[in-house]
Design a binder for this molecule. Structure first.
Ligand code: FAD
Length: 317
């Protein structure tokens, strides 16, 4: 079922989760161990992130270097299928521009369609580890909107081979990313919102936000979106804090601010066990306020702490 159908058919705030594919070599049981504590809350869907390959250089015996391609977390599409099969829940695979040519993207979409997956979250992806800025493949997409257009084309039965006859149409519900604190490359918020509106005008059905720790940022982002005519659902993305290190890692990685009361409380903790308690309380308070404001879905980034997120959702219900 489509994400938008879940939203339209409900008069209450729904729950959804995001997970990462396991590290290569871990096996799918580790993923089930992560999901099991979360499934009692009947999430409407589970997002599965996509991780592009990285390049490394390995020293040969003769002193020269060999370029090796490493994919640390493969399997997004098949993990979606496995989760649907095991838990009978909808899934949303993330699909990125980085590392993909348009032919590979089409093949991936055809596979997702065969698997009965109704949703995709289309993203640009970040720069590869060895690049300073995002570089598309020679025949790949530069921006998420270009990938989105490929999906809307398939939804109309338009494939890359123009002479295909009587093609079947896919029916993907398409999500895109939005940034309450601005995407780090955008020169200003107005420019970022203009590009977000272009994605919606090109066919995005809903927006999922980057994580934020100050609900005021989400509310003002939603207002700004509505003011420029974006009417689709805007799903807040929420992540718990559970280590002191996150106080520097999260702003650096995701270009977000952490509110002073939160950083002061975390800095006052003796150990990460105490940080986890603060993080749980903060996440619960954020969730309560957003739920009271009538957001369509609370979408939790669960990486590393499924039990913490489960505790929050239990208290919220
Ligand atoms: P875009 O919408 O293409 O925007 C990128 C930048 O370009 C923005 O600054 C925008 O303002 C600007 N821009 C857009 N269109 C144009 C245009 N036509 N001309 C000029 N400028 C333009 N990354 C992964 O690798 N895998 C994942 O699974 C993943 N999941 C994510 C989930 C969520 C909810 C979010 C918020 C992010 C996720 N990311 C993921 C990270 C994401 O790929 C990065 O934030 C990336 O840098 C931008 O992606 P985007 O889809 O927002 O890009």
């Amino acid at each position: 079922m489509k994400v938008t159908d879940h939203i339209n058919q409900s008069d209450r705030t729904l729950i959804s989760f995001e997970i990462l594919p396991p590290l290569k070599g871990k096996g799918i049981q580790s993923l089930y161990g992560h999901l099991d504590p979360l499934m009692e809350f009947n999430p409407s869907f589970i997002n599965v992130t996509y991780h592009r390959s990285e390049h490394n250089f390995k020293k040969r015996a003769d002193g020269s270097f060999e370029k090796v391609v490493i994919r640390k977390r493969p399997g997004t599409e098949s993990i979606c299928a496995a989760i649907m099969n095991k838990y009978n829940v909808d899934t949303v695979p993330h699909l990125i521009c980085g590392g993909f040519g348009i032919g590979e993207t089409e093949d991936a979409l055809i596979n997702l369609n065969y698997l009965g997956i109704d949703n995709v979250l289309v993203l640009r992806g970040d720069a590869a580890k060895n690049e300073t800025s995002f570089e598309p493949e020679p025949d790949g997409h530069k921006y998420a909107i270009d990938l989105l257009r490929q999906v809307t084309n398939l939804n109309q039965g338009i494939y890359l081979e123009e002479d295909l006859k009587n093609t079947s149409k896919t029916k993907f519900c398409i999500g895109v990313a939005g940034y309450p604190e601005k995407h780090f490359e955008a020169p200003n918020m107005e420019s970022d919102l203009k590009h977000l509106k272009a994605k919606v005008d090109a066919g995005a059905d809903y927006i999922v936000t980057q994580m934020f720790f100050d609900n005021a940022k989400y509310f003002s982002f939603v207002n700004a979106c509505r003011e420029i005519g974006i009417t689709v659902p805007i799903i807040p993305g929420l992540k718990p804090i559970y280590t002191k290190k996150q106080l520097t890692i999260l702003p650096k990685t995701f270009n977000i601010d952490l509110p002073t009361p939160l950083t002061e409380a975390v800095n006052g903790c003796k150990n990460d066990e105490d940080v986890e308690k603060i993080g749980e309380e903060w996440l619960l308070n954020q969730s309560k306020e957003l739920k009271n404001a009538g957001v369509p879905i609370l979408h939790y980034y669960t990486l590393g702490r499924p039990f913490l997120v489960a505790n929050v959702v239990k208290k919220l219900m």
